[in-house]
Ligand binder design. Structure first.
Ligand code: HEM
Ligand SMILES: [Ca+2]
Length: 619
């Protein structure tokens, strides 16, 4: 009962921010005032919860591209498997959590012009301090303040891999726009860059917005598309992938994408190349490639970014093919498609299970992650009123806490678990697959050993210079995180304390509850007023709640999102076929999924030798 009560409360919040009935009725009135709109009105009435707060839902089948309207999606209620784009998970609101829909907001945005200009003024009516300056002053680190955490590199890596299953916010990488965050720039004025745009680069064959040029992650072209008829008011950012934890990072978020990843003749398998690596992508799939090595192609457009991510993509590709081969053996009458889908369903369940039982308890601490915290408990109900879509503040701030865990180097560990002498600095490894692929795949276990042996950094205000100064050789990722938050109109840290039911910030002294004195001094140096502290800065620098890897504000935003992702997912893995005969696993299947650990997945696919049971903890 308690659970239900709590979730009801959360739903009420969405009622306020999420289901804009008022906006909807205005829309209906508008439509009714013109003749010939009967079909549209019927459509709006059919999906009374269709419009979410500050979200413009991009039509799925719009012929008049560029016009936002509310369209219906026809769902097959008897479908056993998830759609690739995440539509029809929620049968009342079929676009919830699906790819190419808007993100959500937990707090109304504070854009400078109320609509789309980045938050740029302080509460004292002066310009906010440049993100680069804040990064330099507050987040700079040297060896002395780089604290090791109790957890491994694998713990950090899982966070990034998981992030890439949940959210991809399309961005422009115009260097002019990113002035704020270039390493060499030390400017004090905030340039108010506009670094967001609508996702226009769509899979081949998709006609949506076909004449509008925009940018995908890391592909540079023309400037962002602002002010189109699809620009939400106030502006809301879009998620290009499915919000659900459904292994969209492995399979992609559309039919077209998965086709490019599947083996053409043996339909149950994913394509492999070389020594069991994902297939090569096109020249855009990574910036640096050598003829000897191929850049990985996976469901995640960012699969090549860094070694730890390349490893996990390789691992789950192998796991898919391993399970598909077993299922083929066991079920002689299944065709390739059936085996593929069953395997995909199992892989998605594994990602959910590992995330909620191995990963999240270490992020949120047992208090928030245990039974009462809804995270590690069995999901014994589904709440279709919960919209599982990723929230903007989760993606742009809270879940980026992982950037503080990143180490400055990578290296191989031999079969005796001894570190190689040579360390490779992170800056030399962006989008470079050679470290994983050289030596005909024999490096893969050496990389795995590194990830389960070395420790990641503690989450705190100190970031490695490798990411603070050298992301893709030229960016300050920390400054970029701050700037993105402003660009998305994310309210400052002080508002989030109130949202999370924490004590109010009244003056610098009141920061003491969750920040240490030295941090407060640093914050004082760059912010005129504690009210102006950016969420990503105030959040990451909080003292951790007991047993957790983050402080109370980030924990609150993270927990809220992970509750929706679990109880708002009709396909959640541990509700069995008695609970839902169409999509549920059998009890036996669930029992075996519950036995899965990331360590077991590694052992089954990579020749590491003996490793610890919990690969997020040092052995
Ligand atoms: C070596 C490791 C990592 C690198 C090089 C890296 C790099 C990046 C870069 C370049 C961006 C895009 C920034 C922007 O344009 O706004 C980004 C976004 C992000 N990162 Fe990381 N990251 C790493 C690890 C992590 C980890 C461990 C986590 C979480 C635990 C994480 C969570 C995120 C999230 C949530 C986003 C926003 C995604 C979106 O909305 O599109 N990252 N990261
Ligand atoms: Ca997903």
């Amino acid at each position: 009962m308690d659970n239900i009560h709590r979730l009801k409360k959360i739903s009420e919040t969405y009622e306020m921010y999420g289901l804009l009935r008022e906006e909807l009725s205005i829309e209906i009135e508008k439509a009714a005032s013109q003749s010939g709109n009967e079909a549209k009105i019927a459509d709006l009435l059919k999906f009374p919860n269709f419009v979410t707060a500050y979200n413009t839902v991009i039509s799925k089948d719009s012929k008049d591209e560029g016009i936002c309207h509310f369209s219906s999606v026809t769902c097959d209620t008897t479908a056993k498997y998830r759609t690739y784009d995440g539509t029809c998970n929620n049968l009342d609101n079929p676009l919830w959590g699906s790819a190419f829909t808007a993100q959500q907001r937990l707090n109304p945005p504070v854009y400078a012009d109320g609509i789309r200009e980045a938050r740029n003024t302080s509460s004292l009516n002066t310009k906010l301090t440049s993100p680069r300056v804040i990064s330099n002053e507050v987040m700079h680190s040297d060896k002395a303040n780089q604290v090791e955490s109790d957890y491994t590199v694998m713990f950090m890596a899982w966070g990034q891999f998981l992030d890439h299953d949940m959210v991809l916010t399309p961005t422009s990488k115009d260097s002019e726009d990113l002035n704020c965050c270039l390493r060499k720039k030390e400017q004090t004025a905030n340039p108010v860059p506009r670094i967001e745009c609508l996702p226009i680069e769509l899979p081949a064959g998709d006609k949506r917005f076909k004449n509008k040029k925009c940018m995908n992650f890391k592909r540079s072209a023309s400037g962002p598309l602002l002010g189109t008829s699809c620009t939400p008011e106030p502006r809301q950012q879009i998620n290009q992938i499915t919000s659900f934890i459904d292994a969209s990072n492995v399979y992609g978020s559309s039919e077209e994408e998965v086709e490019t990843l599947r083996d053409e003749s043996q339909r149950e398998f994913l394509k492999i190349e070389g020594s069991d690596f994902p297939p090569s992508g096109d020249e855009n799939s990574c910036r640096r490639s050598d003829k000897k090595f191929h850049c990985l192609k996976a469901g995640d457009a960012r699969a090549n970014v860094i070694l730890n991510l390349q490893f996990l993509h390789t691992l789950f590709l192998r796991e898919h093919n391993r399970i598909a081969a077993m299922l083929t053996d066991l079920n002689k009458r299944w065709d390739g498609d059936r085996t593929f889908q069953e395997t995909r369903k199992i892989i998605g369940a594994m990602l959910q299970h590992i995330t909620y039982t191995e990963y999240l308890p270490k992020v949120l601490g047992s208090k928030l992650a245990d039974e009462k915290g809804f995270i590690a408990s069995k999901a014994d109900f589904y709440d279709k009123s919960l919209n599982p879509s990723i929230s903007n503040e989760f993606a742009v701030a809270a879940f980026r806490f992982g950037h503080s865990q990143i180490n400055d180097h990578l290296r191989y560990y031999d079969s005796f678990f001894e570190p190689g002498r040579r360390e490779a600095l992170l800056r030399n490894q962006f989008d470079d697959v050679s470290m994983l692929q050289n030596n005909e795949g024999r490096r893969v276990p050496e990389v795995a050993r590194w990830m389960v042996t070395e420790k990641s950094r503690e989450v705190d205000r100190f970031f490695e210079e490798e990411v603070r100064d050298w992301t893709f050789k030229e960016f300050d990722l920390v400054a970029l995180n701050i700037q993105r938050g402003r660009d998305h109109g994310i309210p400052p840290y002080s508002k989030w304390r109130l949202y999370c039911g924490l004590s109010e910030l009244t003056d610098w002294n009141s920061l003491k509850t969750d920040h240490d004195p030295e941090t407060i001094e640093k914050l004082k140096e760059v912010y005129g007023n504690p009210e102006d502290i950016d969420l990503s800065v105030g959040g990451v620098s909080e003292k951790h709640i007991s047993g957790a890897s983050v402080g109370p504000t980030f924990a609150c935003i993270l927990q809220e999102q992970f509750i929706r992702l679990k109880y708002g997912d009709r396909f959640w893995y541990d509700r069995n076929d008695e609970w839902d005969p169409v999509v549920g696993f059998s009890k036996e299947q669930i029992a075996s999924i519950r036995n899965v650990t990331l360590a077991a997945v590694i052992c089954n696919n990579v020749n590491t030798g003996e490793i610890q049971k919990d690969v997020f903890k040092t052995g």
